[in-house]
Write a protein that binds this ligand. Structure first.
Ligand SMILES: Cc1cc2nc3c(=O)[nH]c(=O)nc-3n(C[C@H](O)[C@H](O)[C@H](O)COP(=O)(O)OP(=O)(O)OC[C@H]3O[C@@H](n4cnc5c(N)ncnc54)[C@H](O)[C@@H]3O)c2cc1C
Length: 454
């Protein structure tokens, strides 16, 4: 058993691991250093929002923090309001409340059991793994621990190619939407362009449209399509996903998989039941794909998968449809070629996918919402840079985090680190689905098993 453990990261993944370790009441005293990076521990990016417009995209009954208690969030809510149903989509703010309450409970339990938890409200700057331990640095001061776990979340977003320095310096091009959403300026632009149409873009559109009722929005993405909506009631489980999964495992090729999925969907009342039935099997299916097939998936199927798999709650879908009906939201297909300052606005040039005449757009504000960044080779994140530059970790060849075992042990050129782990976004290339709570809590359990073994 590893008694001295550093947990690095201040979001829900770190909280889930902390909870798993303390909840199990290990026989020997643990010494945990929890580097939270500042901010309110446990909430992280997703659950730090204070806006009730920002809803969970997973139903309440599936959002428990512990793998052994998937209904934990629902139980927490129903203690206050028994009318809340497991199928509801609640504000993410409420999930942050739940995480904080669970962390407080775990800390109290840990203290009562003689475990020592140090909350370090700063970022860890460097991590040096060795075979028999790990040293974690902050301000050039190192602390040696038996094992360390990276739970860093998505990497900070980088400006898209083609955005000029003048556009970035103008304050009219926003690379990270979250600080803007927390405190949008009172002066509303006439026209806002949103780059991306995933769930982050949806949050941006809902929030800014409500704050700025006179503003028009143009949202731009490769296909110009929004995420699919959830059904009001949960989709019924698929009849026989075992057969589908076996067929997919037998033929690990993207083209064949799409064919099999289309066939399976044709037999169901609603396509969502097929997609949802794959959820627990996604890491095993992803593991069967060669690197070429994974690259092919990224190129041809990724966006369709994201739209179908990470869906919008029905009220969110209805709000966006209302914005479109009111003529305040337009969607465009295209790819940002460049963005530059033009008098008191930005001029965007959009290139249609597959060729055609570029389109030019003027906007008073541009909000980049192009999805999570996982590429550890191009990030300015200081800790990740240090780990990559010193070759302590191996980047995923497709830019999806770091190479790791399915149980979360990070790899280096010479093999597997026995005492350096990751959970969450850094495992994207290993597991594919690795960023939502139902997956993260499984990873937290697997890493806790390894830390407490022996
Ligand atoms: C807008 C949005 C909505 C989402 N909605 C849902 C949802 O409804 N349901 C769902 O299941 N999932 C949702 N997700 C997925 C979400 O990623 C996970 O649920 C979860 O929040 C991920 O937590 P995390 O701890 O891995 O990452 P994060 O929340 O990003 O937390 C990582 C934390 O680590 C800190 N950190 C970074 N570097 C260091 C360092 N060197 N030292 C110390 N700390 C550091 C960061 O400051 C940050 O606080 C959503 C994600 C986003 C972005």
């Amino acid at each position: 058993m590893h008694r001295r453990v550093a947990i690095i990261g201040g979001g829900a993944a770190a909280a889930a691991l902390l909870g798993e370790l303390l909840e199990r009441q290990p026989p020997q005293a643990l010494h945990l250093d929890w580097y939270t990076g500042g901010g309110t521990p446990a909430r992280g990016v997703a659950y730090g929002t204070r806006s009730d417009r920002h809803l969970l995209n997973v139903r309440a009954a599936s959002m428990g923090m512990f793998a052994g208690k998937p209904q934990g969030f629902l139980d927490f809510l129903q203690r206050e309001d028994p009318a809340i149903a497991g199928t509801d989509f609640l504000p993410r703010r409420r999930y942050g409340d739940y995480l904080e309450a669970e962390v407080a409970r775990a800390l109290a339990l840990g203290k009562a059991q003689g475990h020592d938890v140090q909350i370090v409200p700063f970022a860890a700057d460097a991590v040096v793994p060795e075979v028999d331990g790990v040293t974690v640095f902050r301000n050039e001061e190192g602390r040696r621990v038996d094992a360390a776990v990276l739970a860093l979340g998505a990497l900070p977003p980088q400006p898209l190619a083609g955005v000029s320095a003048a556009a970035l310096g103008s304050g009219r091009y926003v690379v990270d939407p979250w600080p803007l959403l927390a405190a949008p300026p009172a002066a509303a632009p006439d026209h806002v362009a949103v780059i991306g149409l995933g769930l982050t873009a949806v949050d941006v559109l809902l929030e800014l449209a409500a704050r700025w009722p006179g503003t028009r929005f143009t949202a731009i993405s490769r296909h110009g399509r929004l995420p699919e909506p959830h059904l009001r009631a949960a989709a019924l489980p698929s009849g026989d996903s075992a057969e589908l999964i076996e067929a997919m495992q037998d033929a690990p090729e993207v083209r064949r998989w799409l064919h099999l999925l289309r066939e399976a969907i044709a037999q169901e009342e609603d396509w969502r039941s097929v997609i949802d039935s794959l959820r627990p099997h996604t890491p095993a299916l992803w593991a069967t794909l060669s690197i070429e097939q994974r690259a092919r998936f990224q190129r041809h199927a990724r966006w369709a998968w994201e739209r179908a798999r990470h869906r919008m709650p029905p009220p969110v879908h209805e709000s966006l449809a209302a914005l479109e009906r009111a003529g305040r939201l337009h969607r465009l297909r295209g790819h940002l070629q460049d963005a530059d300052v033009d008098a008191d606005s930005l001029r965007l040039t959009l290139r249609p996918y597959g060729g055609g005449t570029p389109q030019v757009l003027q906007a008073g504000l541009v909000v980049q919402s192009a999805g999570m960044d996982f590429d550890v080779t191009r990030t300015p994140h200081p800790l990740m840079r240090q780990l990559v530059v010193n070759r302590h970790v191996l980047p995923d060849p497709l830019g999806l985090g770091c190479q790791a075992t399915p149980q979360g042990r990070l790899l280096h050129e010479g093999g597997t680190w026995p005492r350096l782990f990751a959970i969450g976004s850094l495992l994207r290339g290993t597991l594919w689905e690795s960023t939502a709570m139902p997956e993260i809590r499984q990873q937290a359990r697997a890493v806790a098993d390894q830390l407490l073994a022996g």
